[in-house]
Write a protein that binds this ligand. Structure first.
Ligand code: UDP
Length: 470
């Protein structure tokens, strides 16, 4: 199909500015979006990526036409990173907005001025900002730059966040007690969510959660449009609710990683040797275990996971990130683990996850249910063992288990017997096989959405037209 950018914008070259939240799960989809727009725009669209200096993408791994502009080089990264056992993502987001806002104003002004001067460089059309960066959006508004908002989570999650203020008004949030019955209370208008799924994390205060979500909803409502990394056939009814509730145009453009590769945006080096190892394993036989870029476990959980994997007798590929085990600088696997799993398991510090999930040997994914991981799993037809920890992960898990029925939660304290049973259920039973079949059906739907006339491809074209029209 012809590129919608060709001939639009009165022949002027245009440039899109982007500002992702500087964490892996946010950076990746934003860069994928940039790649998709750039490619679809047939080279007619320039791209400038603003980034927080402490988590810098590598310009060498992106098209030469991409410009990368650091923001807040002087701000200590310790001020901005969620860290420690009580890592609080809400605090990190509030701080990011607070500390990077002033430096961003200078950078944006500079970028706008340079683009005016530069011959053929392309005038800035708009800023695409992560939905968590309301502070940067305000700066853009101040300088007269239109904004679009990228939501890197599920539509289901945005619907839940839109309902958050009303749940507070009704007195349901924050939960009156930590009583199990209270926390398990189903939320009628948000089926299959329960009250507990609306709590960000045990360490996030209700006040901070409220503030973060207020900023997020303000950002969405005051933007010229919201871009979602999901697909129509997966989340049709929640997408409809958002359309009705936000009152701004929506662009459902996912799965972005299938439209534009994201491997080049990995902040950590990916161990490629595991793909060779997977080549030697049987189809649908291997469990892939990864908690994404931020979730963690303590030493006892590491131990129980290790023995659960060892005792299950199933092949596994396990990602143990350098900072995955809390309060431990040097991760050590239990004595005897190596011998017990020799040849059957592989441990890597970071994997090429999208390729791993696409490998025919992978039969299941033990995941923390970050949205990217969940979507990547769905797009390869891989069923999941869910172990959500914070933010939107519980919401994603509920949809995986209750709506799409392509996985189940491994609940409560980690204990080797439970781990072993969960693995067996997913990889070796009829129930697991049915989950895999449903996941493969969803994968087929995802493939349709990104075909040339598919809903997501069409949405990208519409989005591009909109950008060229600013
Ligand atoms: N990822 C990866 N290698 C790994 C583990 C994760 O490349 O070993 C990528 C994964 O493909 C996904 C991202 O890191 O795109 C994690 O994002 P997600 O939203 O799942 O979780 P978060 O890290 O934000 O909690």
């Amino acid at each position: 199909a012809a590129s919608p950018a060709a001939g639009s914008g009165g022949g002027r070259r245009r440039r899109v500015l982007l500002f992702p939240v500087p964490f892996q799960g946010h950076l990746t989809p934003m860069l994928q979006l940039a790649g998709a727009l750039h490619a679809r725009g047939g080279g007619g669209l320039g791209v400038t990526v603003f980034y927080a200096a402490f988590n810098a993408p590598d310009p060498a791994r992106h098209p030469a036409a991409f410009r990368f502009v650091p923001v807040g080089e002087g701000v200590p990264s310790a001020d901005l990173l969620p860290s420690g056992s009580d890592a609080d993502f809400a605090v990190a987001l509030l701080r990011l907005n607070d500390r990077l806002r002033e430096p961003f104003r200078d950078r944006l002004r500079q970028a706008l001025a340079e683009e005016e001067e530069e011959e053929g460089g392309g005038a800035a059309a708009c800023l695409v900002v992560d939905s968590n960066l309301r502070g940067m959006q305000l700066v853009a508004e101040e300088l007269g730059v239109p904004t679009l908002v990228l939501r890197t989570g599920a539509a289901a999650c945005l619907v839940a966040y839109m309902a958050f203020p009303a749940l507070c008004d009704k007195g349901l949030l924050p939960p009156a007690s930590q009583d199990k019955a209270q926390l398990d209370m189903p939320l009628d208008e948000l089926t299959p969510l329960r009250l507990r799924d609306m709590v960000f994390s045990p360490t996030t205060t209700h006040g901070n959660m409220e503030r973060c979500l207020q900023h997020l909803l303000d950002a969405a409502r005051s933007s010229s449009g919201v871009i979602l990394n999901t697909f129509q056939d997966l989340e049709d009814s929640d997408l409809q609710k958002i359309t009705n509730g936000l009152g701004v145009p929506m662009y459902t453009v996912g799965p972005l990683h299938k439209i534009s590769s994201g491997t080049e945006s990995s902040l950590l080096a990916q161990d490629q040797t595991c793909l060779k190892w997977l080549d030697k394993q049987e189809a649908d036989s291997v469990l892939y275990v990864s908690l994404g870029s931020l979730a963690s476990m303590d030493e006892k959980e590491l131990l129980e996971t290790a023995w659960g994997l060892a005792n299950s007798q199933s092949p596994f590929l396990w990602v143990i990130r350098h900072n995955m085990v809390r309060s431990s600088h040097q991760v050590s696997l239990p004595e005897g683990f190596e011998e017990a799993t020799h040849g059957r398991g592989m441990v890597v510090p970071w994997a090429p996850q999208q390729e791993v999930l696409a490998h025919h040997a992978i039969g299941g994914f033990w995941t923390h249910n970050g949205w990217n991981s969940t979507l990547e799993s769905i797009c390869e037809g891989v069923p999941m063992i869910c172990r959500p920890q914070f933010a939107d992960q519980m919401i994603n898990m509920r949809y995986v288990q209750e709506v799409w029925k392509i996985g189940f939660e491994l609940e409560g304290g980690l204990e080797r017997g439970k781990v072993e049973m969960a693995i067996t259920k997913l990889l070796c039973t009829e129930e697991g096989r049915q989950m895999r079949q449903r996941a493969k059906d969803l994968r087929d739907k995802a493939v349709k959405c990104i075909e040339d006339e598919g809903s997501s491809k069409s949405a990208i074209d519409l989005l591009l037209k909109r950008i060229m029209s600013f």
